[in-house]
Design a protein around this ligand. Structure first.
Ligand code: CP
Length: 332
């Protein structure tokens, strides 16, 4: 069947370009060309957001989520369906890992169904990278422990670049506030912000800052108001109680008072600054309720929308290579 207008737009834009990676477990794998390609294709998918594509017809995907998710799971599943993929989702409680099967045996079993993409979320760091060396499917890290969440960083970067109508973030100050220590979102975000040349500030109680965090080339602030002054993006992170974060602060109420993003605090940032949060938001702890969804400065739902576009882009790029190369499995 001949491609329709929307598909032709995508196909022309891609024009022989492939990602340099076969799996995506760390944002470090994406070079400047990869980022440009992903952002270009994502914007086009966003533009054609109501269109149903046949680009990945005949390909299958499994999302294996061994930890809870709303945004990432729903968007990967809907993105795959939008590209005409067959999809299946498994969770830790509903999978044979509950009976003692290993992640490796689970992944090799799923790979035997000739799936093209395996999207993995795990409580432990390194699971997606490990599995990527054992299966033919493209493995996409949907969050591994405290380590990385690369598709979140891609959607965040796209949100920032589009707001500032720019191709990099040179001269822009991004202030990240919150539970840096336990955050895989931070792990990928800081890497992509470095690639995009942003000035990065972090503000948190000392107990929420990992040792040697300055080695990322950022500035740390214990006083959040100082970190917010003159910021272009205020990026709030959730206090991650499921990782024991409450043991690092006296009380959630005190944390909210000292670091929660209020209207008054957001006003310390630049006039056209935006508020971002990866979700799920702990209202009135990370961000005051009135700022979450409806405030003009809040880009939280725009991040969600961009998440769908970025994931469609990756699924097309990784499930359907144009260069004909196949992934080499390196079990090491
Ligand atoms: N931002 C994010 O990963 O959200 P979910 O946990 O809902 O997927």
């Amino acid at each position: 069947m001949a491609p329709d207008t929307a598909e032709k737009d995508l196909i022309d834009a891609r024009a022989g370009r492939d990602a340099s990676f076969f799996d995506l477990y760390s944002i470090d794998q994406a070079n400047d060309n990869d980022l440009a390609l992903i952002f270009d294709i994502s914007r086009r998918f966003r533009h054609h957001k109501t269109h149903k594509f046949a680009l990945n017809k005949g390909c299958s995907q499994v999302c294996a989520f061994f930890e809870a998710s709303t945004r990432t799971l729903a968007s990967f599943d809907l993105a795959a369906k939008n590209l005409s993929m067959d999809t299946n989702n498994i969770s830790s409680s509903g999978s044979s890992t509950k009976k003692g099967e290993s992640y490796l045996d689970t992944a090799e079993t799923l790979d035997s169904y000739n799936i093209k993409t395996l999207v993995v979320r795990s409580k432990e760091a390194g699971v997606a990278e490990f599995l990527s060396r054992h299966v033919n499917a493209a493995v996409i890290n949907a969050g591994d422990g405290w380590h990385e969440h690369p598709t979140q960083a891609l959607l965040d970067a796209l949100t920032m670049l589009d707001h500032f109508k720019t191709t990099n973030l040179a001269g822009k100050t991004i202030t990240i506030v919150g539970d840096i220590m336990h955050s895989r979102v931070f792990g990928s975000l800081v890497r992509i912000l470095k690639k995009l040349k942003a000035d990065i500030r972090v503000s948190a109680p000392e107990t929420f800052l990992p040792p040697f965090v300055e080695n990322f080339g950022l500035k740390t602030y214990y006083k959040v108001d100082e970190a917010l002054a003159g910021a272009d993006v205020v990026y709030a992170l959730r206090v991650q109680e499921e990782r024991g974060a409450h043991g690092f602060i006296p009380t959630l109420r005190e944390y909210s008072k000292m670091y929660g993003i209020s209207r008054k605090r957001l006003d310390l940032a630049n006039k056209n600054a935006i508020l971002m949060h990866p979700g799920p938001v702990r209202r009135d702890i990370d961000v005051h309720s009135a700022l979450v969804a409806v405030d003009d400065q809040s880009h939280i739902l725009r991040q969600v929308e961009n998440g769908m576009a970025v994931r469609k882009s990756l699924l097309w790029l990784l499930a359907n290579r144009l260069d004909g190369k196949v992934k080499e499995i390196k079990r090491k």
